[in-house]
Design a protein. Structure first.
Length: 94
């Protein structure tokens, strides 16, 4: 699935509810999911991996990030292409 297809799917399923909630409250949901991902990664680092949970948390973070992009009017695929493929992508390291 392409990023644009995923963003469209999230928009079709959740936009009405997400836009009514607003960016601020949606960001809180996103932050909660990032925290759950942090916990899953912590378990992995401690040698107690739960692969299914880890994959679920990555998917949730991506879905909520996509939701934020939708209600903010950002085309994620376009933004990624502009940032990471134009002129060889960003310089330096992350």
């Amino acid at each position: 699935m392409a990023i644009r297809d995923f963003q469209r799917m999230i928009h079709e399923r959740y936009y009405a509810t997400d836009s009514a909630r607003g960016a601020g409250k949606t960001f809180l949901w996103f932050s909660e999911e990032v925290g759950e991902l942090a916990h899953a990664l912590g378990n992995l680092e401690k040698g107690k991996p739960d692969r299914a949970n880890l994959e679920e948390e990555f998917a949730d973070v991506l879905a909520w990030l996509t939701t934020l992009a939708n209600i903010s009017g950002v085309d994620l695929e376009q933004a990624i292409r502009a940032k990471y493929t134009t002129d060889g992508g960003p310089k330096g390291t992350k």
